[in-house]
Ligand binder design. Structure first.
Ligand SMILES: *[C@@H]1O[C@H](CO)[C@@H](O)[C@H](O)[C@H]1NC(C)=O
Ligand SMILES: *[C@@H]1O[C@H](CO)[C@@H](O)[C@H](O)[C@H]1NC(C)=O
Ligand SMILES: *[C@@H]1O[C@H](CO)[C@@H](O)[C@H](O)[C@H]1NC(C)=O
Ligand SMILES: *[C@@H]1O[C@H](CO)[C@@H](O)[C@H](O)[C@H]1NC(C)=O
Ligand SMILES: *[C@@H]1O[C@H](CO)[C@@H](O)[C@H](O)[C@H]1NC(C)=O
Length: 258
């Protein structure tokens, strides 16, 4: 009796630990060029989302965010980092929802990773880099001051009409994710719209932070996606962590009975 009790309590605490290690919502943030490692200007929206969703955690995309003549190589590395970090997380926590926040170059690498290339010399393929699991669990994508901005996309927010310095071709579509992207770009932004105000480029957190948060919350309310190709969402009443606990309990419970 006693050994079984000890085993059971070990199982209970092990399964509680396993449940705690997976957040309900995971926010990935990618910073702008030359910002020191961390979230950079993406932090405003990353923080708002974390504060609004109890249990949410965040992680910054680890990439150079370099400029000048290594900008293209930095984007290449950034796209790979987005794909790798999100895939690693999704394999560990396949039922956690994912939210992406990208600022400036950080928006470019998120855009490229989810919507595919090509992108100058940075990315030669059209395919998206993210895994199927990530495609299913991503709930919302926020892009701010994205150099890939082009007029006419259904998810554009703001009054920019000119394209960014790495603009997508006119007519480009990101069908798989267009329903969950909000991309903020205003006319005076030098990087997403050929404007002349760096203050505009730096200001999206304060100007549009609440709008971005409201967008993310509206998408988190609708449960997981049915596919990575934009066929929509399916609602599920399952509580992922409970699911994991019962699985562990049943598995170990079987061992105890033996
Ligand atoms: C991929 O991401 C994981 C976790 O974030 C990290 O430990 C690993 O070093 C990364 N691998 C590469 C090749 O970047
Ligand atoms: C893409 O192709 C161009 C031209 O061949 C090359 O210069 C560049 O290094 C390639 N980029 C990547 C990321 O493979
Ligand atoms: C564009 O939108 C920004 C943010 O709302 C605003 O400050 C600016 O005045 C607008 N510019 C024009 C030309 O409408
Ligand atoms: C910036 O652009 C606006 C129009 O978008 C123009 O009125 C203004 O003079 C420009 N300022 C500078 C410093 O070029
Ligand atoms: C999307 O994916 C689903 C399942 O993976 C497939 O049945 C459907 O045909 C795809 N739709 C498009 C538009 O590719």
């Amino acid at each position: 009796m006693k050994p079984i009790r000890i085993l059971l309590s070990a199982i209970l605490s092990a399964s509680a630990t396993a449940a705690q290690s997976c957040p309900n919502v995971k926010v990935f943030g990618a910073r702008e060029t030359t910002a020191p490692p961390g979230f950079g200007s993406a932090s405003t929206v990353v923080n708002l989302i974390e504060q609004a969703n109890s249990g949410a955690t965040s992680e910054s995309i680890v990439y150079p965010a370099a400029g000048g003549n290594v900008y293209a190589a930095s984007v290449t590395a950034g796209v790979a980092a987005v794909a790798n970090q999100t895939k690693t997380f999704n394999q560990m926590c396949p039922e956690s929802k994912i939210v992406m926040v990208g600022y400036s170059q950080g928006a470019q690498i998120v855009d490229d990773a989810f919507c595919g290339g090509p992108d100058g010399t940075s990315l030669n393929t059209t395919a998206a880099s993210i895994s199927l699991g990530v495609g299913k669990m991503v709930a919302a994508i926020i892009l701010m001051g994205n150099p890939r901005h082009v007029n006419g996309l259904p998810f554009n927010v703001g009054n920019a009409t000119a394209g960014g310095f790495a603009a997508r071709p006119v007519g480009f579509q990101c069908l798989a994710f267009e329903d969950i992207i909000a991309a903020f770009c205003d006319v005076d932004d030098p990087f997403c719209a050929k404007g002349n105000s760096s203050a505009t480029h730096q200001g999206y957190g304060s100007v549009y932070g609440q709008a971005a948060l409201a967008f993310v919350q509206s998408k988190l309310d609708v449960s997981q996606r049915t596919s990575s190709n934009g066929t929509g969402f399916v609602s599920t009443s399952e509580v992922p962590t409970l699911h994991l606990n019962w699985g562990l309990l049943l598995a170990f419970g079987g061992l105890v009975l033996l």
